[in-house]
Design a protein around this ligand. Structure first.
Ligand code: AMP
Length: 154
């Protein structure tokens, strides 16, 4: 089964996606986690992505679509995937349909997490204190919300 988790940054996709993965045994793929690993590892992908991530901007579609394509092609993804943080643009949404169709599969479920902005800001203050992510800094986080409304909501 292929499941997409959609919603604004800080809405709880990661937490619920993890619980869903544990309960179902389906592989959870967080593009944000994959990018943060690449940044920590100092890879070419990480270097390219960091500039965008630190500003709360989206990493270019070609990079992200390539990354997801690799995951979907791996044997670990044979039982389907829980997509957390992907797609985030219309082009990515079209790409996921294409990538799955090429394997005779489709998107089976989409879960949308509706959370008010004030609540998101409150939660993110807590996460910033615990995880110390640069993009959870209030200015970067506000930027991520603007990007979400403009590029992901459509
Ligand atoms: P997240 O952990 O899902 O909030 O992602 C953290 C950051 O990684 C985002 O603010 C983007 O800069 C980048 N990112 C993660 N997923 C995507 C995606 N699907 N498309 C573009 N950028 C992404």
């Amino acid at each position: 089964m292929n499941i997409i988790l959609l919603g604004p940054p800080g809405c709880g996709k990661g937490t619920q996606g993890e619980l869903l993965a544990q309960r179902t045994g389906i592989l959870r793929v967080s593009t944000g986690d994959l990018l943060r690993q690449a940044v920590a590892g100092g890879t070419d992908l990480g270097k390219r992505a960091k500039v965008f991530m630190d500003q709360g901007l989206l990493v270019p579609d070609d990079v992200i679509i390539g990354l997801l394509g690799e995951v979907l092609a791996s044997p670990r993804a044979a039982g389907g995937v829980i997509m957390d943080g992907f797609p985030r643009t219309v082009a990515q949404a079209e790409a996921v349909d294409r990538l799955l169709a090429a394997r005779g599969r489709q998107v089976d479920r989409v879960l949308f997490f509706a959370v008010a902005d004030e609540e998101l800001l409150r939660r993110i203050e807590g996460r910033a204190a615990v995880e110390g992510r640069a993009d959870d800094h209030p200015d970067a986080f506000r930027q991520r919300l603007v990007v979400y409304r403009k590029q992901t909501q459509p």
